[in-house]
Design a protein around this ligand. Structure first.
Ligand SMILES: Nc1ncnc2c1ncn2[C@@H]1O[C@H](COP(=O)(O)OP(=O)(O)O)[C@@H](O)[C@H]1O
Ligand SMILES: [Mg+2]
Length: 260
């Protein structure tokens, strides 16, 4: 009989989100996500005022758009930003025509926009690395903050985001003791995510969890990468995390694959 080889990576953000939503424990940390349709976009904008539109099979922050709906003096304004380009429209149909022309040749999803915490006026989010090790089924081996380029809406290193210690980025928001505790919360959440995904897709040996933090310090899982880049940790001055992450990446046979 033919046996199916367990997949080592999974590209679809939609499939991964669906797998995570099966866990009651994880649900409160998943921003509402829907597949692209004009009706879904309008409904999500009415609810959240700001949403992210992203390719289902994207990486490196490519093709990610931020969309906002505002009302000023009775006028409804639609705005979107892609890369460093911003556009503004005064009707949904014109806005939709533009967004469809420039993007949407591929499958997209719409996600509740999280008002990310900022550091020096630039939004940042967090990447947690979770790896299988010879001793433990899963271990949170690294955590790093990523600060968006001043004119961009994504924090990815490949979109000129700046990797920085999470300790530094959280300093304006939490005391030292609270930062230690909060870092542990983010790592534990990421471990839960790894275990949940692993139940459905047992081939994974590493995941990178992208976590956005809102003004109430609620963590939101923006995305889970099944082929996470270990080299981002080499951007930190302290090389101890990088050495650990690389050690396990080599053991997991993943180190040469730099793309997701
Ligand atoms: N729902 C969201 N709210 C706020 N920022 C987001 C949201 N989704 C994505 N982002 C920003 O865009 C970046 C890229 O999105 P992500 O879903 O991780 O796709 P990619 O596979 O391109 O990395 C995130 O790291 C984050 O900075
Ligand atoms: Mg990402």
């Amino acid at each position: 009989m033919k046996t199916k080889k367990a997949r080592r990576t999974l590209g679809s953000k939609w499939t991964k989100t669906a797998a995570l939503l099966r866990s009651k424990e994880i649900q409160p940390f998943i921003p509402e996500t829907r597949l692209w349709s004009p009706a879904a976009l309008l409904a999500m904008l009415k609810t959240y005022k700001m949403v992210y539109v992203k390719p289902v099979h994207g990486s490196f922050g490519r093709g990610v758009m931020r969309v906002k709906m505002q009302t000023r003096k009775g006028q409804t304004i639609f705005q979107y930003q892609h890369d460093t380009t911003k556009r503004k429209f005064y009707s949904f149909s014109k806005f939709h025509a533009s967004i469809s022309r420039s993007k949407l040749k591929r499958a997209y999803l719409i996600q509740k926009g999280i008002g990310l915490l900022k550091f020096k006026k630039r939004p940042f989010d967090v990447r947690v690395m979770v790896q299988r090790t010879s001793k433990k089924p899963w271990k949170a081996t690294g955590i790093i903050g990523r600060l968006a380029h001043p004119r961009k809406i994504v924090t990815n290193y490949h979109s000129q985001g700046k990797p920085l210690p999470i300790e530094l980025l959280l300093k304006p928001y939490l005391s030292k003791k609270q930062r230690t505790k909060y870092t542990r919360v983010l790592k534990n959440l990421s471990l839960t995510v790894a275990k949940q995904l692993h139940q459905k897709y047992p081939g994974f040996r590493e995941i990178g969890v992208d976590i956005g933090i809102d003004a109430k310090l609620h963590p939101w899982i923006l995305e889970v990468n099944t082929s996470p880049d270990p080299y981002i940790f080499n951007q930190l001055k302290d090389k101890s995390t990088y050495r650990r992450v690389l050690h396990y990446a080599i053991a997991n046979g993943r180190v040469k694959k730099r793309n997701k």
